[in-house]
Ligand binder design. Structure first.
Ligand code: DX5
Ligand code: ZN
Length: 213
């Protein structure tokens, strides 16, 4: 069970220090948005490069951008260990996943809440992780969508014994993480739950305990 906090709700003026507050995180989840794929703008490659220099933690980049085929490889080249792109945005998801792996990153495919996992079943052998959005992408602090739970189960079923991580992203908290884990998720993004806690690192460990239980 991996906890991969999103820094979307961290203090952007002090990112290095904010990341240093969660030493027990399994990876740092970085939400890249471009005002095109989603109605919000966050950070891009130069900031990810700066983050790379400031931490040894695994970087888990979540690209909510319109043209991942063009931009995703740069994030692998910048030293991110995992790069996630949206199937709704990619023109050639299999080619892109292979390119990311060739560059040494884990390749990961993200699905919006309304996108069916069966529609990408044939591509699952090409990726290291599937990210299932449990809110509509674009903003932190939204309400968890229970309707995604059957898709988590179906993803686990389709993956069988394959070593592909299932990550859930959006509204994951002490209230919802157990449902996700029970359905088969093993990797959990939590943004507001972690960064609104008095002790973010303690929250990381609490979430992991709840997921394992
Ligand atoms: C939403 C992002 C998430 C978000 C999670 O589009 O992909 O990573 O920051 O934040 P919470 O945990 O607050 O829903
Ligand atoms: Zn995310």
């Amino acid at each position: 069970m991996r906890i991969t906090p999103s820094i979307l709700n961290a203090d952007f003026a002090n990112l290095g220090a904010e990341i240093a507050r969660i030493p027990d995180a399994d990876a740092i989840h970085v939400d890249v948005m471009d005002y095109r794929f989603v109605p919000n703008l966050t950070i891009g490659l130069p900031v990810v490069e700066a983050i790379r220099k400031s931490t040894q933690q695994m970087l888990d980049i979540h690209l909510m951008i319109a043209d991942p085929d063009r931009w995703a490889p740069s994030y692998a080249e910048a030293g991110a260990e995992s790069v996630t792109f949206h199937v709704e945005a990619a023109k050639a998801p299999i080619r892109l996943a292979r390119e990311l792996r060739r560059l040494g990153a884990r390749a990961s495919l993200a699905l919006n809440p309304a996108t069916s996992i069966d529609s990408v079943a044939d591509a699952l052998g090409e990726v290291d992780m599937v990210l299932l959005m449990t809110v509509e992408p674009g903003f932190g602090g939204q309400k968890f969508l229970d309707l995604v739970l059957p898709k988590i189960r179906r993803t686990r079923e389709l993956l069988g014994e394959r070593d592909v991580w299932i990550q859930v992203d959006g509204g994951v908290s002490v209230e919802t993480i157990e449902r996700c884990a029970e359905a088969g998720a093993d990797t959990f993004v939590a943004g507001s739950a972690v960064y609104s806690a008095d002790n973010p690192n303690a929250m990381v460990n609490r979430l992991r305990e709840l997921a394992v239980a």
